[in-house]
Structures are given as C-alpha cells and as structure tokens.
Design a protein around this ligand. Structure first.
Ligand code: IPM
Ligand code: MG
Length: 359
C-alpha cells in the first residue's frame, strides 16, 4: 500500500489540504493509501521549536510522497533564518533530493477573464516551468548576514555543478518531448560565469540526446518581458532555483490566479506536492481560500508518484467542470462566490459523477 505523508503547515495550507483529504477519502475504496498527518512549518515551531523535526523528516523519507499545504506567517518572520518555517521547506526539499520542481500554468478557458492581460494575449497559454530546486543560491555556501570589520555584510552564493544542471535539464527535455517539443532555458550567461556553465550544459544535453526538441536560450530579464508579451508561444521553461522561483509566480499570474497552480517536486524516488501559493495569512481562517491549486497538486501526486493517470485525469476534469459550471472562489470571481469548503464539495460531487460514468 502506498504511503503518503500529509503536512498541512500554516495559514490556508490547512484549509486547502482539508479539501484534498475529501478526495483521497473518496478514492480510498479503489486505491487504498496509508495516510499520516503531521506538523510542519510554523505549526511545528510552536509545538516543537523547529519547523521540521527529525521525526517528521524520517516519516517523509519513508513515505512514497508528501502532500504539503503551505508554510509561514507574520508571527515567525523575525526568527533567525535557520529557524524560520521556510527553512523547514528548503530542508525537506534538499533531504528528499526533490531537485526538479514542476509548475504547470495553464489558462482555463472558463477563467480567461481573470487574467490581468488582454484575452487575445493569454488565450491558449499553457506553460510548464521546470525549476531546479535543491541547488543554486538557495543552498550555496557561504551564506551569512554578519559584521565584518565593523560593517554589516550579507552574502549568498550562486553555485551549480554540471551534474546538477544536467539532471534537471534532462527532466525538462523529457517533459518537452511529451508536449510540443519546445524548451526555453533561462540564464544570465552574459554576466554570471555560473550561468554560462548552465547554458553550456543545457546545450550539450540537447546536442547529445534531445535534438528533436527546439531549444531557445533567453536571459532572465528578457524572458520576464517576453512571457508577458507572448505567453502563448512558450511551452516548457527551464530555470535555476532563484530565476525559476520568480518566473513561476509571473507565469502564475498570467493564468489569473496563483490559487489555481499546483506543483510537484520530483527526485530520484521521492516527491513533494504542494500548491504554488503560500500560506496567505491575510485570508487564513476565513474559509475563502481557493483549494484548486492543492487539489491539482494531489492530481499530480496520483500521476507522478502512484502512476494512476486515470485518477489524476478524473480530478482534473472535475476541476474544469466545476469552473465551467461557474463556481468561483473569491480570488477568481466577484459575485456569488463560494467558500473553500464549498468549492471542495462541488469538485468532489463532479468527480463522483465523472468517475461513475467512466467506471
Ligand atoms: C516557492 C516559495 C518558496 C521558495 C519559499 C516559501 C521558501 O516561494 O515555493 O516558490 O522560495 O522556493
Ligand atoms: Mg516562490
């Protein structure tokens, strides 16, 4: 039986994960899964004094996959970096070696008006960001914010070796091969040596094994502009940890709401699934969050970790159907909006209908 560790985390993380649990529960009869739930992020700091305990990390290492809500909030913002909720997330990614972060951003036809861009620009946009997740400036040493000879100095280190670049590039090329065979790699090779290495390695992997894929290199600053100008011409975007973090939020906004976007962080044999959005302390506890990003992350879990493509597609169809029905949470609608719980229930209802038709 597959084992899944659920870490709701903080803020709206708990609310959106609740809606996922209903769906997991629905499929228990078909595909039994062993579920364990634990504290993570700020919730774990309050209880245990640290964002990720050894015990929870061990459970994550034993599980087939981790489903995560979100971490962070103002009450933990002033803690030292190593004790912040975010550090727990980074440690979890690193320890599970979840090096390839997959962030699909698709414009749902029913939501085309939710985008801040003109309809004719965003129409047809379907971008798949592959972000390197366990290296680069997030983890480079030395890192500090300290006094050096009487002056405060801060430093982080953007460092990649060729193996780290190659393994994530391969994941991105493989995904491109299953989609429209187009990959755009982002760097800053005109200024940073490490990014020249990035470009060189991506080019070599392309030449060696992926000549059937159309490869484009863009500098990150230009890419930030092009993505707004011609979003529908992009397909797979490959980027390092920091550039990928930034571009994925930008791409998310194209689709109308960050509340819609799922992610999977894949390693050799472990994976973490989480919505791209954060813990949103400003709306936490009000039952108005959009659970779709979390629910679509669960769909990715069924697909990538459990190889249950059917279930994954049924969940995606149920989400689309619910949006087609005009059901909207506050972030994507303005009148007659539903709560987080209601959105979850509507999706579940549609899911049961679709599932019974297909069975
Ligand atoms: C993300 C988030 C995280 C990151 C934070 C919460 C550590 O922004 O998953 O994109 O920077 O990776
Ligand atoms: Mg981010």
């Amino acid at each position: 039986m597959s084992k899944i560790l659920i870490l709701p985390g903080d803020g709206i993380g708990k609310e959106v994960i609740n809606e996922c649990l209903k769906i997991i529960d629905y499929f228990q009869a078909k595909v039994p899964i062993e579920i364990t739930e634990d504290l993570f992020g700020g919730a774990s700091i309050d209880e245990n004094g640290m964002p990720l305990t050894k015990d929870v990390l061990d459970k994550a290492l034993e599980a087939d996959a981790v489903l995560l809500g979100a971490v962070g909030g103002p009450q933990w913002e002033n803690l030292e970096h190593d004790l912040k909720p975010e550090r727990g997330l980074l440690t979890l990614r690193k320890e599970l070696e979840a090096f390839a972060n997959l962030r699909p951003a698709k414009v749902f036809p029913a939501l085309i008006n939710a985008s801040t861009l003109k309809q004719e620009i965003v129409e047809g946009t379907d971008i798949f960001v592959v972000r390197e997740l366990t290296g680069g400036i997030y983890f480079g040493e030395p890192r500090y914010n300290k006094k050096v000879e009487g002056k405060r100095v801060g430093a982080n280190n953007l460092i990649y070796n060729e193996d780290e670049i190659e393994r994530v590039a391969r994941v991105a090329f493989e995904i491109a091969r299953k989609r429209s065979k187009k990959l755009t790699s982002l760097d800053k090779a005109n200024v940073l040596e490490v990014m020249q290495l990035w470009r060189d390695v991506v080019t070599e992997v392309h030449q060696k094994d992926f000549k059937d894929i159309e490869l484009e290199h863009l500098y990150i600053d230009n890419a930030a502009m092009q993505v707004i100008k011609r979003p529908s011409t992009f397909d797979v975007i490959l980027a390092g940890n920091l550039f990928g973090d930034i571009i994925s939020d930008e791409v998310a906004e194209l689709t109308g709401s960050l509340g819609m976007l799922p992610s999977a962080s894949i390693g050799k044999d472990k994976a973490i699934y989480e919505p791209v959005h954060g813990s949103a302390p400003d709306i936490a506890g009000q039952n108005i969050a959009n659970p779709i990003a979390a629910i679509l992350s669960l769909a990715m879990l069924y697909k990538y970790s459990l190889n249950l493509d059917n279930i994954s597609e049924t969940i995606e169809k149920a989400v689309s159907k619910t949006l087609d029905d005009g059901i909207r949470t506050k972030d994507i609608g303005n009148k007659n909006t539903v709560t987080c719980t209601e959105m979850g229930d509507k999706i579940l209802k549609n899911l049961a209908k679709i599932d019974s038709k297909e069975a």
